[in-house]
Design a protein. Structure first.
Length: 316
């Protein structure tokens, strides 16, 4: 409405560009869109525990949780057709006591419990779940367990669970020997803040440098400080290497795309908190899990309808 160039680091709901602003001109987003989160987690589950049949869910009762649930279900419908949902827990915004949702999930005797509870809520939930022995009674997968600041997770966190990072970034991957940009970013971030970066820090860093690059190029072309239209033209279609890998901004929807990542929790001597197990990182080409250019807008999301209509059902 104000016609001002706006860059979101996160704010990744599919709804924004699918429906609210279907033809963005002034708005860009850098981190992967929300649907990639549920899809990435579901692919990790299908790859790791394909025979899981009884699935319990615990998701926050607002847009993010509903989005994660939808995309987990549609991928499992395709890749794990025998699987069934045996329990749903929907903690309200502001919930601090997750015990009723934990015990409900356990009572359903699931093979697997899946959650998109995140941030401080996830920290509270996993610590409460420890008291109920939840992680011994079922496998566990999260879309965003390790999306929080790394030091917020304790050494008491269960190992070997799928601990998602919002399909975006964990500071230990790519490793410094493979990707010097990440090593430099992590070292500088830690030196300044005395902690390690999460996916939002990496997104903010990458967004800043993409904007900087666009301004500098526009300045060379125009011979002075560029207006927003000149910067927008250069952001459209830009690809840049960031700490988490290459980021591409699609010209048609101004959405940033980078290959998705998730993994498994593991305690190591180098850090006072668990990290993603370096030997079990899962990476997925982002083009394989998001609706392509030209795909019609759909319900609940374009990615959902694309998966529903184009992915084959895996036969047992």
């Amino acid at each position: 409405e104000l016609k001002l160039l706006t860059i979101f680091v996160d704010g990744c709901t599919d709804f924004l560009f699918d429906k609210a602003v279907p033809n963005p001109h002034y708005i860009f987003r850098i981190t992967n869109m929300q649907s990639a989160d549920g899809v990435t987690c579901a692919l990790g589950i299908a790859q790791t525990w394909p025979k899981s049949k009884r699935i319990a869910h615990i998701h926050p009762d607002y847009s993010y949780g509903r989005n994660a649930f939808d995309h987990l279900k549609i991928v499992m419908k395709k890749l794990m057709p025998p699987a069934e949902v045996v329990s749903e827990g929907w903690p309200k915004l502001g919930t601090t006591d997750f015990s009723s949702h934990i015990t409900k999930a356990i009572a359903a005797k699931p093979d697997l419990i899946v959650s998109s509870v995140w941030g401080g809520d996830y920290v509270a939930m996993y610590k409460q779940a420890l008291r109920y022995g939840m992680f011994q009674k079922a496998k566990f997968a999260s879309t965003i367990a390790f999306g929080v600041a790394p030091h917020a997770i304790g050494k008491d966190h269960p190992e070997g669970v799928i601990a998602g990072v919002h399909s975006n970034y964990h500071f230990t991957y790519p490793g410094g020997d493979k990707w010097p940009l990440n090593k430099t970013f992590v070292e500088k971030y830690h030196a300044r803040f005395n902690e390690y970066p999460n996916f939002q820090a990496e997104g903010g860093y990458t967004a800043t440098y993409m904007l900087k690059s666009a301004i500098e190029k526009a300045n060379k072309i125009g011979g002075g400080w560029p207006d927003d239209e000149a910067i927008i033209a250069l952001l459209e279609g830009m690809m840049m290497a960031g700490p988490g890998g290459y980021v591409y901004i699609r010209p048609d929807n101004h959405q940033g795309y980078k290959d998705a990542v998730t993994g498994f929790s593991k305690n190591v001597a180098e850090y006072p908190f668990p990290i993603l197990d370096p030997a079990r990182i899962i990476t997925i080409p982002i083009r394989s899990i998001t609706a392509p250019p030209g795909w019609p807008k759909g319900e609940p999301t374009s990615t959902y309808t694309w998966i529903d209509k184009t992915w084959p059902v895996v036969k047992a």
